[in-house]
Ligand binder design. Structure first.
Ligand code: PLP
Length: 392
């Protein structure tokens, strides 16, 4: 072994496991989201463990992905049994679990007999498919909301209302226009017979957990129907029990033309019908919709009742919650939370997001609420110079 390598080995031995991982990551992976400072190596339920043996309560669940937490027996069993039975099946064949899952999704959406499913591997692909459906109308214009997030492939990015994310990749696929989220008259002005589709999230997750104002989704349904435009509801972050019902838009009593799903549906896999069926069955048999609704309200009340000067209010629904802060200390608070053993993030400078596994217990939730004042005190003011890296 040559001297420089030996020296490097000595240096490496002095670094923690997390630091070594960050160093190797920065040399091997593209820097699109920055270098993550913590390496997770295992998880059980809502608790994850890093390479140095530190445990965290995972209040983000990937980002609203691990709906049943980590290593849930139903998911482990479904994946193991499926790969031991039959692997990938091409589009030349049907497959029983695919049909069963499609039927279940139509039931959940309330459109069995009047709707069809197409499967992909991610939320951004779901947005792409919806984008293509819009193009198939033959109409030139697509409307989406300022601040919206629909994914990072080109079609999904084109309808993402965050100019900084689009700018490096321009030109975008043409024809997309943006309106302010929640503004009914802006929709009335924008939508006419030239509009193919309107993309909307029921709660804008990446923009800072911003729920649609009352009546907005119903107005969007009415206006698009009047002009024969598709209403595409993005349930990638809000769907599959996240907000305490199967799908967030159902509370508005509307039926969209297109619904996109991903994240929680696969329970941590880039979907696969067997896993998704296991997720849906577990949500049902374990009564998780009611649990999510009750626990979300419990957390929101608990956080607001803290009376901490940095807590404004809590918004969102079920277990997709945004703690709106009175100062822009979200990034510092997310970092302080991690130091205290809780994984959360700040999708906006003044918002902390919780999107934990739906199996989070009340005791686990309470441990976070009890720790929050200390986390906020550590974060402000002044906000730490180090910034937590955001995915969104
Ligand atoms: N749509 C919404 C509302 C999302 O929140 C996301 C991801 O955060 C996406 C689409 C893209 O999903 P994916 O990351 O699975 O591609």
């Amino acid at each position: 072994m040559t001297a420089p390598t030996a020296a490097t080995n000595v240096e490496q031995q002095q670094l923690s496991g997390n630091e070594q991982a960050a160093q190797r990551w920065s040399q091997a992976l593209m820097d699109n989201f920055g270098v993550p400072p913590v390496e997770l190596v295992s998880g059980s339920g809502a608790v994850v463990t890093d390479v140095d043996g530190r445990q965290y309560l995972d209040l983000l669940g990937g980002i609203a992905v691990n709906s049943l937490g980590h290593a849930h027996p139903a998911v482990v069993r479904a994946v193991s049994e499926q790969v031991a039975t039959l692997g990938h099946v091409s589009n030349f064949f049907t497959h029983p679990t695919v049909i069963e899952l499609a039927e279940r999704l139509l039931d959940i959406s309330g459109v069995r007999g009047n709707g069809r499913v197409i499967f992909g591997n991610s939320g951004t692909e779901a947005s792409e498919a919806a984008f293509k459906m819009a193009r198939r109308t033959g109409r030139p214009r697509i409307i989406a909301a300022d601040g919206a997030f629909h994914g990072r492939t080109m079609g999904a990015l084109a309808v993402t209302g965050q100019p900084a994310k689009r700018a490096p990749f321009e030109p975008m696929p043409p024809g997309v226009e943006f309106v302010p989220y929640g503004d009914v008259s802006a929709l009335e002005n924008a939508v006419d017979g030239t509009v193919a589709a309107l993309f909307l999230e029921p709660i804008m997750g990446e923009a800072g957990v911003i729920p649609a104002p009352d009546g907005y989704l119903a107005a969007a349904r009415r206006i698009t129907a009047e002009h024969g435009a598709l209403l595409i509801i993005d349930e990638v972050q809000t769907g599959i029990g996240r907000t305490g019902g199967w799908l967030a838009h159902q509370k508005a009593g509307i039926v969209p033309d297109v619904i996109t799903l991903a994240k929680g549906l696969g329970g941590g896999m880039p979907i696969g019908a067997a896993t998704a069926l296991a997720v849906l069955r577990t949500i049902e048999t374990d009564g998780l919709l009611d649990h999510v609704d009750a626990l979300g309200k419990h957390i929101a009340t608990g956080v607001e009742d803290l009376g901490h000067p940095l807590v404004g209010h809590v918004r969102g629904a079920g277990l997709l919650l945004g703690i709106v802060l009175t100062e822009n200390v979200g990034a510092g608070a997310a970092l302080a939370a991690r130091d205290a053993g809780f994984i959360i993030n700040a999708p906006a400078p003044d918002v902390l997001r919780l999107a934990p596994p739906l199996i989070l217990t009340q005791e686990q939730a309470d441990s976070f609420v009890a720790a929050l004042p200390g986390i906020l005190d550590a974060a402000a003011p002044p906000a730490p110079a180090r910034q937590i890296t955001e995915k969104g």
